[in-house]
Design a binder for this molecule. Structure first.
Ligand SMILES: Nc1nc2c(c(=O)[nH]1)N[C@H]1C(S)=C(S)[C@@H](COP(=O)(O)OP(=O)(O)OC[C@H]3O[C@@H](n4cnc5c(=O)[nH]c(N)nc54)[C@H](O)[C@@H]3O)O[C@H]1N2
Ligand SMILES: Nc1nc2c(c(=O)[nH]1)N[C@H]1C(S)=C(S)[C@@H](COP(=O)(O)OP(=O)(O)OC[C@H]3O[C@@H](n4cnc5c(=O)[nH]c(N)nc54)[C@H](O)[C@@H]3O)O[C@H]1N2
Ligand code: SF4
Ligand SMILES: [Mo]
Length: 757
């Protein structure tokens, strides 16, 4: 029967959808863009969310770009990746047509979209018919517009009827998501970037801002309060070197350190009693940290008690505004959720939340990691809802015009569990969209064997050459940033648009159109009849957020987002249907959902800066923030006699992006980073092992080995090594352990050995 529908549907419909109406395959270009010689678009790399101004020729194609001067995020600045953002679009390894791999020879041949779509649906429907809804999964991304993410998540679960799907945000943000949900009752990073400029004390933990978010570092440099900048990082990073205080704690010593800080602060009465009335669990926490004296954590943190005492005073100075910021040094840990919450607790008990220059602030990684958190339909039901909540399912179903039964009540398996199920042969097909796990997943060597177990692997990417695309049965060529429209949400919850400024090569389609095509072929096109283009999808998704903490129902559309310089969520409609635009002084948004927000309005009346929890009211049932904690655990793989070094991994330079599929295509960026893999080793260790600078060394773990060039530098501590993640072999070494609450991989603590090659 399905085959019949497919035959009926995929022929003419496929043809219809493949033909690209209008410019750049995206329908009619909005008239407001047509005569302009420039358009604005948010950068498609990191979550800073800088706005770029694209300079267009008469055909509407971008020929150059510059950073947008009056955008509230980047204020005229961009990092090298942003400046060179157009370069990767013209690379020779861009996909131009779907490719089918011959399993016997491994050779790939071009096929047309109709064949590709038929193959996709017949293979996956066959697997579903035989093995059920648990037998396939998608793995997606934080790097496409959220209209596309939502389309994929809804198509897969409610359209095609599968259950499992996760994204690379699991590698990245899952810890922060879980920490916020548990502590605040919703995944709600409270800050606005102005807090960087309004702090007296800025604590950056496990965050190498100068490399990973260079424009946010620039925001710190604009702070006129002479802030203390404290960097907590085992490495002496570029950021640590530029800070006023570097705390070189032992890897994964965070939890013990923050408990010791809480111990000192409570012992010395430097808490904020009023702020504590907005929390739950303070007394138990105070009792818990009584044992965490600075002396007791010296071994675990590698820090002198006097250092801990001094730090405790710095972060609890009465009258000073203290902001806590963290990124992957915290999230990517086997106890990351508790470490993030340990920082949240410090902000809560010292009253450093909801006020200018404060906060417990997770900085996101990818350009749309925040969009993925709200709309990807992976861990949360689309629009900030809960799969397990029947009222939420009904509400979302009504909004989508589908029966509530089409929305699963169970959660998906997490990323590592999906791969484990594939290893066991339970998951037989994977659809990978805009991520490259054969390079980026922890203990990636396992994926080769897993590949052989899969009956069907589909990879949808801009490039046919990625480590993941190269081993796919079916490769689908996707348009990238610069070739499509949609919205991204940055670290400070700011929603803003990207625009099509180049034509995608060959038969390449946007992810949005690929999903439409597959929906039609599967036979569930009806469900997405109104999803004609990204902005229509935006309006549907916007309406789904009603009455949730991320309510954005007052956003009219893309044009308003452009005019306002992006809008931070929440931005709800008032009960009396008054638009926030019309009443800048006493905006109804300040009263909605029991949460008073700090809001500073722009000249247009739209809010230019928003901060959550200004009234000490949280999204938990009691309205109070929960103070959560548990004792630190042992390292999953501590260095030992055989593998005596602790391997750290992370970002190498501001010109390299992850698995390098994009940044390696820019001649200019290429000149700004080392072409070959290198490993940072302390000169004392190098001397002991007879390793010279630039010498090739072999690094081994229990799982694999790789070669790299030795870079002798006291930026790492003795006994530790650092490898940038951008080189494909790095994750052959990493130890697959996970945070039990968030299932985020512990990328930054693996035992290895190193020797001259
Ligand atoms: N140039 C560039 N920028 C990027 C990216 C990129 O690939 N290239 N990727 C983007 C993405 S997706 C992300 S998630 C962010 C990541 O941004 P960051 O998290 O800032 O980058 P990382 O280098 O992964 O890790 C930060 C630091 O954590 C430290 N660290 C390791 N272990 C510990 C520990 O136990 N405790 C503490 N306190 N620190 C520790 C490392 O030494 C490292 O310096 O960057 C974003 N920006
Ligand atoms: N050892 C170690 N490993 C790590 C980390 C670490 O610190 N250490 N960090 C982890 C983190 S935080 C992250 S976020 C991950 C990132 O890991 P990945 O997501 O695997 O890395 P990317 O290189 O960003 O992969 C994105 C892919 O999407 C493709 N792409 C880009 N735009 C589009 C589009 O619009 N449509 C489609 N269909 N494809 C597109 C790109 O070509 C690329 O192949 O890596 C993780 N891996
Ligand atoms: S800091 Fe991030 S958003 Fe800004 S230009 Fe660089 S990569 Fe793009
Ligand atoms: Mo990330």
């Amino acid at each position: 029967m399905l085959q019949k529908i497919l035959k009926q549907k995929s022929g003419p419909l496929t043809k219809d959808l493949v033909q690209e109406p209008g410019q750049f395959g995206l329908g009619k270009v909005p008239s407001r863009l047509a005569p302009a010689s420039t358009v604005t678009s948010i950068c498609g790399y990191c979550a800073t969310g800088c706005q770029l101004k694209l300079h267009l020729n008469e055909a509407g194609e971008a020929i150059n770009l510059s950073p947008q001067a009056n955008y509230p995020v980047n204020l005229g600045m961009a990092c090298p990746k942003g400046w060179q953002a157009l370069d990767p679009l013209a690379a020779p390894d861009r996909g131009t047509t779907p490719l089918l791999r011959d399993p016997a020879t491994g050779e790939r041949r071009p096929i047309d979209w109709a064949t590709a779509v038929d193959l996709f649906t017949s293979k996956l429907q066959g697997i579903q018919d035989k093995h059920g809804r648990d037998s396939a999964a998608f793995l997606s991304t934080g790097q496409i517009p959220f209209e596309e993410m939502a389309f994929l998540g809804l198509l897969w679960k409610s359209g095609m009827g599968f259950l499992h799907g996760d994204a690379n945000t699991r590698q990245c943000m899952a810890t922060a998501v879980t920490a916020y949900k548990q502590s605040f009752g919703f995944d709600a990073p409270p800050y606005t970037y102005a807090d960087f400029e309004e702090s007296d004390v800025i604590v950056l933990s496990g965050s190498n801002l100068c490399i990973a978010h260079p424009i946010l570092w620039q925001r710190i440099m604009r702070n006129r309060r002479m802030p203390e900048i404290i960097v907590i990082d085992p490495r002496s990073t570029e950021t640590a070197q530029a800070a006023t205080v570097h705390v070189p704690l032992k890897p994964k010593g965070d939890l013990a350190l923050y408990y010791a800080l809480a111990h000192c602060i409570i012992r010395d009465g430097r808490i904020d009693p009023e702020a504590i009335t907005h929390t739950e669990g303070y007394d138990e926490f105070a009792a818990f940290v009584r044992d965490y004296t600075p002396e007791s954590v010296a071994e675990r943190t590698g820090l002198e008690p006097a250092t801990v005492e001094k730090l405790a005073r710095l972060v609890s100075e009465p009258g000073k505004r203290v902001s806590w910021w963290w990124t992957m040094g915290i999230n990517q840990s086997y106890e990351g959720v508790r470490a993030a919450q340990a920082m949240i607790n410090l902000a809560l008990i010292t009253g450093n939340i909801g006020k200018p220059g404060t906060g417990a602030n997770s900085i996101t990684g990818q350009c749309n990691a925040m969009g993925s958190r709200l709309f990807s339909n992976t861990t949360s039901l689309v629009g900030g809802h809960d799969f397990a909540n029947p009222e939420h399912r009904q509400k979302v179903a009504d909004g989508l015009g589908i029966p509530a039964e089409r929305i699963p009540s169970e959660a998906s398996l997490a990323y590592d569990e999906i791969l484990h199920a594939a290893e066991q042969g339970k998951i037989k097909a994977l659809w990978i969209v805009a991520t490259n796990p054969f390079h980026s997943w922890i203990d990636s060597g396992r994926l080769a064997a897993l590949r052989d177990k899969l009956e069907f692997l589909v990879v949808q990417d801009m490039y046919h050459s990625t480590e993941s695309a190269a081993v796919a049965d079916l490769y689908l060529p996707a348009a990238g940033w610069g070739e499509k429209s949609g919205c991204l949400i940055n670290s400070e919850r700011r929603i803003a648009t990207i625009k099509p400024v180049r034509k995608a090569p060959g038969q390449t389609l946007t992810d949005f159109r690929i999903f439409r095509l597959l929906a039609e072929a599967w036979g569930c096109g009806e469900m997405f009849a109104d999803w004609t283009d990204p902005e229509s999808a935006f309006r549907i998704l916007r309406d789904l957020t009603k009455d949730r903490p991320c309510d954005i129902t007052a956003i009219k559309g893309y044009e308003q987002l452009d005019q306002a310089g992006g809008i931070q969520w929440p931005f709800p409609r008032s009960g009396d249907s008054q638009s926030p635009l019309s009443s800048p002084e006493s905006s109804p948004i300040d009263k909605v959902a029991n949460h008073s927000l700090f809001t500073r309005h722009s000249a247009l009346g739209t809010p230019s800066e928003r901060r959550l929890f200004a009234d000490g009211h949280y999204y938990t049932p009691s309205g109070r923030a929960r103070i959560l904690y548990s004792a630190p655990d042992e390292l999953p793989e501590a260095p030992d006699a055989k593998f005596p070094f602790m391997l750290l991994t992370g970002r190498g330079t501001s010109s390299q992006w992850h698995t390098q599929t994009r940044t390696s295509k820019s001649d200019i960026l290429q000149k700004l980073y080392p072409a070959e893999a290198y490993i940072e080793i302390h000169p004392r260790d190098a001397k002991r092992l007879g390793v010279l600078n630039n010498q090739t060394v072999t690094i081994r773990s229990r799982r694999g080995e790789m070669k790299a060039s030795a870079y002798l530098a006291p930026t790492v501590q003795p006994g530790q090594l650092f490898l940038p993640m951008h080189y494909p072999e790095v994750n052959k070494l990493t130890h697959p352990s996970f945070d039990p609450h968030s299932r985020q991989p512990n990328y930054k603590a693996s035992a290895v050995t190193i020797s001259p090659s």
